[in-house]
Design a protein around this ligand. Structure first.
Ligand SMILES: [Zn+2]
Length: 433
């Protein structure tokens, strides 16, 4: 028997070590140690980690790489970011949005990031972003799965045209219903927007992903309404609550009531550690709150938590590198998630958990799955997160679509080695414990 490709001596994210992965016709056909068959191409993973691709479950591709246009965010707050985006919106052209998005997707692919759920602002009467990203979705489909969320950035009720434009966008083929209840004029309008948006999704048979409670306000309670409407409309498992940062400041008693409601409604929870940590807590003195929802507590209850990047070089966040390991790294730090089990959970939050939220078919490393794979310069998931490891090779449907050379440093130190490879530095005892 001959396969198209065999990847040998791979460590997997589920802790299996030294297995071979056989690929034929773009699919994985076997995952086991010591496959004896021949292959057209043999890739030696050499005891490094091979993972299914990274997924960014929360992003804004219409804004990415726009940093500095027309100016920078001076206060660093979410609200100035929204204002700045409002200044940029009338200047957008479809061509420029497409060009930035395609450049970003190149970077994403090089980082092994092969699926992105992007919110797209529908408050621009021209729907420039929607038209542009629908085109981009088509242009990149051979190498990246792009899912779009109709996002009324200026408020579903607060913006005079958002409701109509949201429906227009869904008619044009946008996949998911978005919203921003905490930005509506009143708590009551926010509540009504959650109801209206969930009803639209129920009628159209779509998924929901709301920017929800992205504030430091401990009384912001839209997640409660989202869980309630999810149950009332039978949308269990199809709804995501993005950000939920107010949860960091909520009263503990209230949270003890809220978390079981999230479990019952099977809400997917989507923190965005990079953006949340810089946007939230800006009005605090010391001690300063950080902007993370209660991730370990949600995970402990079995809630599907998937991390998003949110932004990359745009009005809200001036950093970012399409690197979902950077996101996991930040989550590990801000959430005190440093135990081996918690680090593994954070790796899953940028891979398989996100695939579940996205609804991706054929994702994973098992016979029958798409041969979409990333070879990392790390021996296991903990090392991948610590190093934000190099993506040595990225495969899509069995074909190599990106490669990055191994990281080696040359030293000129008397009596010391000539070169070093950073990925070999972790004590072996660490992975055994
Ligand atoms: Zn967002």
């Amino acid at each position: 028997m001959t396969f198209d490709t065999i990847i040998r001596h791979a460590n997997l994210a589920d802790d299996r070590m030294g297995v071979d992965i056989a690929i034929s016709k773009g699919r994985i056909v076997a995952v086991e140690p010591g496959i004896t068959a021949e292959a057209g191409e043999v890739i030696d993973a050499g005891g490094r980690l091979v993972s299914a691709p990274f997924i960014d479950i929360h992003f804004h591709m219409d804004a990415t790489l726009s940093l500095g246009t027309p100016r920078l965010n001076r206060s660093g707050t979410l609200l100035e970011g929204i204002q700045l985006w409002g200044e940029l919106k009338p200047l957008l052209t479809k061509e420029a949005v497409i060009e930035r998005a395609l450049r970003y997707c190149d970077l994403a692919v090089s980082q092994g990031l092969l699926a992105v759920r992007s919110h797209v602002d529908v408050c621009d009467e021209r729907l420039t972003g929607v038209e542009a990203l629908l085109e981009v979705k088509d242009l990149v489909r051979d190498y990246l799965d792009l899912q779009l969320v109709a996002f009324p950035q200026d408020g579903y009720f607060r913006s005079a045209t958002a409701a109509r434009n949201l429906e227009r966008s869904l008619d044009m083929g946008v996949d998911v219903v978005g919203g921003i209840p905490h930005f509506e004029r009143t708590m009551e309008d926010g509540r009504r927007s959650v109801t209206a948006l969930c009803e639209i999704a129920a009628e159209r048979g779509l998924l929901v992903d709301l920017h929800c409670d992205e504030t430091d306000d401990p009384m912001s309670r839209h997640i409660e309404t989202l869980a309630y409407e999810t149950q009332r409309l039978g949308l269990q498992g199809r709804v995501a609550g993005s950000h939920l940062t107010s949860m960091h400041s909520m009263d503990n008693y209230y949270v003890s009531k809220l978390l079981p409601l999230i479990v019952e409604a099977q809400i997917h929870c989507v923190p965005n550690p990079l953006a949340n940590i810089v946007l939230q807590g800006r009005h605090d003195t010391y001690p300063k709150r950080r902007g993370m929802m209660r991730v370990p507590e949600l995970m402990a209850l079995g809630v599907n938590v998937a991390y998003g990047q949110d932004s990359c070089m745009d009005p809200w966040y001036s950093f970012g590198n399409a690197d979902m390991l950077d996101v996991a790294h930040m989550a590990v730090h801000t959430g005190h998630m440093t135990s081996p089990a918690a680090v593994k959970a954070s790796f899953r939050a940028v891979t398989e958990n996100a695939a579940r939220t996205f609804g991706l078919d054929g994702y994973g490393i098992a016979p029958g799955c798409h041969a979409d794979l990333v070879l990392l310069e790390a021996r296991d998931t903990a090392e991948a997160v610590r190093m934000r490891a190099n993506r040595l090779m990225v495969l899509r449907r069995g074909k190599i679509i990106a490669q990055t050379p191994p990281r080696t440093a040359k030293l000129s130190l008397a009596g010391r080695p000539d070169t070093l490879e950073p990925w070999r530095y972790a004590p072996v005892e660490a992975s055994a414990s």
